[in-house]
Design a protein around this ligand. Sequence first.
Ligand SMILES: [Zn+2]
Length: 117
Amino acid sequence: MNAQLMLLLEIQDLHLQRTALLEEPGLDQVEKKHFNIDPEVAVKALDKKISELKKGLDPGIQRRCERGLPTLGRMVVPVIDGVCYGCFVSIPTSRTGDGDQGVEICESCGRFIYVLK
Ligand SMILES: [Zn+2]
């Protein structure tokens, strides 16, 4: 898998965890009780890690990532049987190989895509 895409997946994972910490009711209590983690500290640690990881992205991908992360939820999605799992639109199979530095983008929803065969 493309190194930039791997990085994006890591960033996405951290971001989803951050969102869960902030939004899921009761999760902060669970974390505090069972794992002895202060959610605020955890969110700060995640933020720090996310910005570190973002530095490894190519500028074009980084910009797209900044725009997409807060709104898209999942910004990296698989394409299975020619269908984007971000927007469930069929992507022509010929559409491979372009996009920013080899990372492909769904033309319909703008998410980063990777093709599962
Ligand atoms: Zn899509």
